[in-house]
Design a protein around this ligand. Structure first.
Ligand code: DGT
Ligand code: CA
Ligand code: CA
Ligand code: ZN
Length: 580
């Protein structure tokens, strides 16, 4: 049975591959497939049961695409998609992850230099061949080489950004959970620990009895491009994007120990096995077992296994052997921020921003529906020329907010602005105008290549500006696509402590910025954070979970997150920092 998810995934893939075939993401056909994928994902019933006519009645699906959907439902294939997949294998598609290499350039690399993957590109760089292509020179050669190194895009060490991995994990888990005989399916490994890139996707399937039939069904899933290895309890398959998926079937009675084993990390598991051995037990995916009697001491839930080992349950984001084992054993696990702690969102766009998608009323209604006690509307400032709001527009918005405030007595609406940090650290507007605002997010959107001293001075200058309350997406990175700016983080932390400026933890899955490893370095400092969605659409207000999990990976507790504070405390703090 083909699910809506399967159809949507095939259409998304068709869109992504058509970008390559047509050399442009703006191509008409690309838009058509993207719209159709969205329509299918949001369709009220199963599209597999719909005729071409019923399909075209859905908004966003045309005649030609409807025919392709029928072809997929009836045969499990779309001939055009198969042909494109053959023409552009995953390794070739990886080329377009390199900053500066779009679909046109990738095709040029293939035609001009025979480059088929990132390793081939690296070899061509070493031979200094890129400069022979139109539009390339020694400088751009150097830039591409640096990007490949910093993004870790090389062949064997190829890792998938968490955003893509999460979308795949959701799809895989839903498909597996729907198979006959499956009680539940869950992502494990680095995805469950929420690493920002993943090597392969590990999934456990909970089922009674042998898994042979389940594994046959796994091999036949539409999302599976190739079976690497198949057994009764353990299989490895490849997705169409070339991501390996390891599937294990486990019995319900072993769920806890299996989840612990496959969640890892290896380093965390090694420490747990040592603790087991010290007690005369062994720990494996099948449970905690007494070496002498062979009796199982714990295996059904993670809590039981940890408890038997004399430990509190350890949140998956922390399972990296960075001190969590000792703390859990001593009963001293520090509190970690949780989604339910958040009482407001302090980085929200409306359609006043060029890239915002919905009006103020809609964004506020959605924020209120989440039960927020406060929200900051932060459209782009005037310096972002394609995107920003003029002074008049912001003043008009201010009046509109004052009117709407009456509608939401329980939610304080702040008028803020996302200010743009220029290379010299200056921001939009002038000090008098900025004083009219209630809240200031300042972020870097340009000049990503300055050296460390310049970037650090730039950000610190912005922090020292009294109109700036929080620095938005600190490094400006886009996971798997653009490395972050080069910063002296110790100096940034010191400035954050000194000025009281908070650092944003941006919830967008492609950003997760401040990165978790940087948060970790601020673990024992008095740096304040704000976990914000940077929503450009009402649905994005629900992205808080990603930012929270990233913050947890960085050991951030609720006390250091300003938007977990009650309205009174938060507003007092804002008042005090803006007066400094
Ligand atoms: P990745 O895939 O590189 O992003 O990282 P993980 O952590 O998902 O690693 P992976 O896929 O190799 O294995 C998943 C988990 O399974 C891992 O975190 C711990 C467990 N595991 C796998 N192989 C071994 C092994 O040989 N020894 C031990 N102790 N644990 C293993
Ligand atoms: Ca893995
Ligand atoms: Ca694995
Ligand atoms: Zn923003």
């Amino acid at each position: 049975m083909v699910s809506n998810d399967d159809v949507a995934a095939a259409l998304s893939d068709l869109a992504a591959l058509t970008v390559l075939a047509e050399g442009s993401p703006q191509a008409f056909r690309v838009r058509a497939y993207e719209n159709a994928a969205r329509a299918v994902a949001g369709a009220p019933g199963s599209v597999a049961d719909m005729t071409v006519r019923e399909l075209t009645a859905l908004h966003g699906i045309g005649e030609a695409t409807a025919a392709k959907i029928r072809e997929f439902v009836e045969t499990g294939h779309i001939a055009k998609l198969d042909a494109l997949r053959e023409r552009f294998p995953p390794a070739f598609r990886d080329l377009t992850r390199v900053p500066g290499i779009g679909p046109k350039t990738a095709l040029l690399l293939r035609e001009g230099l025979g480059v088929e993957d990132v390793d081939g590109l690296r070899a061509a760089l070493e031979r200094q061949e890129l400069r022979t292509l139109p539009g390339f020179g020694a400088k751009s050669e150097e830039k591409v080489a640096r990007a490949i190194d910093r993004l870790g895009l090389g062949g064997k060490e190829r890792r998938t950004p968490i955003g893509e991995a999460m979308r795949l994990a959701d799809h895989v888990v839903a498909a597996l959970a729907a198979l006959p005989g499956v009680l539940r399916a869950e992502p494990m490994g680095s995805v469950r620990r929420f690493r920002e890139t993943i090597g392969d996707l590990d999934v456990i399937v909970v089922a009674d009895g042998p898994g042979g039939e389940i594994m046959d069904a796994v091999a036949a899933l539409p999302l599976v491009a190739e079976v690497v290895a198949q057994g009764d309890r353990k299989s490895a398959v490849l997705s169409h994007d070339g991501v390996q998926i390891d599937v294990r079937v486990v019995a319900p009675g072993h769920y806890g120990s299996a989840a612990m084993y496959f969640t890892g990390s290896k380093a965390h598991n090694i420490r747990l096995r040592q603790r087991a051995l010290e007690r005369g037990w062994t720990l494996s995916e099948y449970g905690l077992v007494d070496q002498e009697t062979g009796a199982t001491i714990a295996s059904e839930t993670e809590e039981q296994v940890y408890r038997a080992l004399g430990m509190a349950w350890v949140p998956p984001e922390l399972r990296e052997d960075r001190g969590e084992v000792e703390l859990a054993a001593a009963g001293e696990m520090p509190p970690l921020v949780a989604e339910a702690d958040l009482r407001g969102d302090l980085h929200v766009h409306t359609d006043l921003s060029g890239d915002g998608r919905e009006p103020l009323e809609a964004m506020l209604a959605a924020a209120a529906a989440r039960g927020y006690e406060y929200v900051a509307i932060t459209d782009h400032g005037e310096d972002l020329t394609i995107n920003g709001a003029s002074r008049q527009q912001l003043r008009a918005q201010r009046a509109q907010i004052a009117r709407l405030q009456e509608r939401y007595p329980g939610m304080r609406i702040l008028q803020g602005c996302e200010l743009n940090i220029a290379p010299d650290g200056s921001i939009d507007y002038d000090p008098e105008f900025l004083e009219e605002l209630d809240w200031g997010v300042a972020s870097v959107h340009t000049a990503f290549d300055l050296d460390q001293a310049a970037q650090t001075a730039r950000v610190i200058t912005a922090m020292e500006n009294p109109a700036v309350d929080v620095i938005g997406h600190l490094t400006g990175r886009m996971l798997g696509r653009r490395p972050g700016i080069d910063l002296d983080f110790e100096a940034v932390f010191a400035a954050a402590e000194r000025t009281g400026t908070a650092l944003e933890v941006n919830c967008h899955l492609d950003r997760l910025d401040v990165p978790a490893d940087v948060l970790l370095r601020a673990r024992d400092r008095d740096v304040l954070f704000a976990i914000d969605t940077d929503a450009h659409h009402t649905t994005e207000l629900a992205n808080t979970g990603w930012g929270v999990r990233n913050a947890r990976r960085g050991w951030v507790g609720p006390e250091r997150v300003v938007n977990t504070w009650g309205a009174r405390r938060f507003l007092d703090w804002v008042g005090a920092t803006r007066r400094r």
